[in-house]
Design a protein around this ligand. Structure first.
Ligand code: NAP
Length: 488
């Protein structure tokens, strides 16, 4: 942790009001933090919609980046991604710029917030990997009608998020960590998280661990959410799952989050800028207040954090001042009214609800070696060559076979969106104009050279426009690629 202190001993934090309902939520949290006596000093900076509209393509101006580089601590409102302005989400940009690799999204049953699950004691945390996966945002149109998004998952990224999940479980006195993946389908990407989890779980024998396939995890979350404690998962799975978990306890208005990294931390609600409620002084600021509470714990001010959490629980337990998302917007209090009520309740403790006993999280130390996984042996045995054509597989196949004649490669198969279509195995594939030709070295033990690959690409490109290539490699004798559906 690299926190910045002011001359009078306060912790400096960057405050980003955000878009839509953001400024109302952030102002509420700021007033409560100040009233609770937390020693924070704010540096207000901007990001998101207003910045996109000024022409800053990333949505994050340089003075905001510089402030965060200095403070390493951010409380922010949601940022909108308006269609027609910046292409990238400013939220994702901030998370990635500061390598906040772990997104912690807790939900718990709350007093006075009636849901179909009330009384079941839901109290769980989704630990979402925050900088990899499909949200790396590496997208390309391979043909005018076929888009690709690269799902990048690293062994190092998995190690960091899995260790963080177990460390969080220890810090919060939790009993189990479930790992939710789609490793049954995506053996390398999602599978890396599962394998890493199963290896590292052995080091945390004080905590129960289990793997669950993500679709069943969602099913189980709706059916029996109280069985979960900590859930660790990949970026997109975690994004979707944590909106679901927020709904179990009353909705997005109640779901806080922390984006944690080794060098910086960003605290924000799970929800977005909810533009239809902007400026109406009616939304629930609890998610941003909850995020501020997480921030206070992160900087070690457990006293102020507990004081605010207790005051918020008392306010709900009293049930006199409830926001419109709980009781209906015709009957709900104002955002400022809810804030005032919490401030008025600072120092009180709820009758029937307890604040968990938190300890500081021991942030995992994982090697920053870029070559995180080392292998003794590797070889390239072929390549996948993606072409654009509206020819049928029956036409493409013989043409590409002929092109490969006299080269070190033979055509093994052609697939369309992952299904083998040549040689024909009887599939009913509705082909697009993007085909993958898999070339394998004729010599089964060859380690083919780049020059051989490039020579074949050069030859083939005279017949078909190519869009993409991917090497087929083996690492320590294990294939580093999957087969197409139907491929032998
Ligand atoms: P959203 O802003 O989260 O709002 C979806 C719905 O959630 C709202 O219509 C409202 O439900 C409820 N809600 C959200 N916050 C609430 C609060 N504080 N109090 C009460 N109810 C609340 O999602 P969206 O409409 O899909 O996204 C709007 C913009 O936010 C987009 O530009 C998106 O990119 C951005 N976004 C930003 C972040 C972030 O900054 N981290 C996260 C997500 C989305 P009801 O309609 O049922 O009342």
């Amino acid at each position: 942790m690299h926190l910045q202190k002011t001359a009078d001993g306060k912790t400096l934090a960057t405050l980003i009001p955000g878009d839509g309902i953001g400024p109302e939520c952030v102002e509420s949290a700021r007033r409560i933090i100040d009233a609770a006596g937390a020693k924070l000093e704010w540096e207000v900076r901007h990001a998101g919609e207003s910045v996109f509209k000024q022409g800053v393509q990333s949505g994050v101006p340089q003075d905001t980046i510089e402030s965060i580089r200095k403070t390493r601590l951010v409380l922010k409102g949601p940022l909108g991604t308006p269609v027609g302005y910046g292409e990238k989400s400013a939220n994702v940009t901030l998370r990635k710029l500061f390598e906040t690799y772990g997104n912690i999204r807790p939900v718990r049953e709350l007093p006075g917030v009636k849901t179909p699950y009330s009384g079941r004691g839901i109290d769980l945390v989704v630990v979402r990997e925050n900088v990899e996966d499909l949200y790396a945002g590496i997208e390309h149109m391979q043909t005018p009608g076929v888009a690709q998004c690269l799902k990048l998952i690293s062994a190092k990224g998995c190690e960091k998020i899995v260790r963080l999940a177990f460390e969080l479980a220890r810090a919060e006195g939790r009993k189990s960590v479930a790992c939710a993946t789609k490793s049954n389908i995506m053996k390398f990407t999602e599978g890396t998280l599962k394998r890493t989890f199963e290896r590292i779980a052995k080091e945390y024998s004080d905590i129960e661990s289990w793997h669950v396939i993500i679709d069943n995890a969602c099913h189980q979350l709706v059916k029996k959410p109280e069985q979960f404690d900590v859930i660790v998962t990949t970026n997109m799975n975690g994004d979707i799952m944590s909106d679901l978990t927020s709904a179990l306890v009353g909705g997005l208005g109640f779901a806080p989050s922390a984006n944690l990294g080794n060098d910086a931390a960003i605290f924000e609600a799970v929800h977005g800028s909810a533009p239809k409620y902007a400026g109406k002084n009616c939304i629930n600021p609890a998610a941003v207040i909850g995020s501020a509470i997480m921030m206070l714990r992160y900087i070690g001010d457990f006293e102020a954090a507990n004081k605010i959490e207790n005051a918020m629980l008392v306010t709900w337990e009293d049930g006199k001042v409830m926001t419109g998302d709980v009781v209906g917007y015709d009957k709900g209090c104002t955002t400022t009214g809810f804030t005032d009520a919490i401030i008025g309740n600072l120092g009180r403790t709820p009758k029937n609800w307890k604040v968990r006993n938190y300890k500081p999280i021991n942030m995992p130390k994982v090697s920053s070696d870029q070559a995180f996984v080392k292998v003794a042996k590797r070889r390239t045995l072929g390549f996948d060559y993606f072409i654009e054509t509206s020819d049928t597989p029956a036409v493409i196949g013989p043409k590409v076979q002929a092109i490969a004649e006299g080269t070190p490669f033979a055509l093994k198969m052609i697939s369309n969106r992952g299904t083998q279509v040549f040689p024909d195995k009887g599939s009913l594939t509705d082909c697009t104009d993007q085909h993958r030709c898999r070339f394998i070295a004729r010599d089964k033990n060859a380690d083919v050279s780049d020059a051989d690959i490039l020579a074949l690409i050069q030859k083939a490109s005279a017949t078909y426009r190519w869009a993409h290539i991917e090497k087929l490699q083996e690492f320590d004798g294990q294939p580093g690629y999957t087969k197409a559906q139907g491929e032998d």
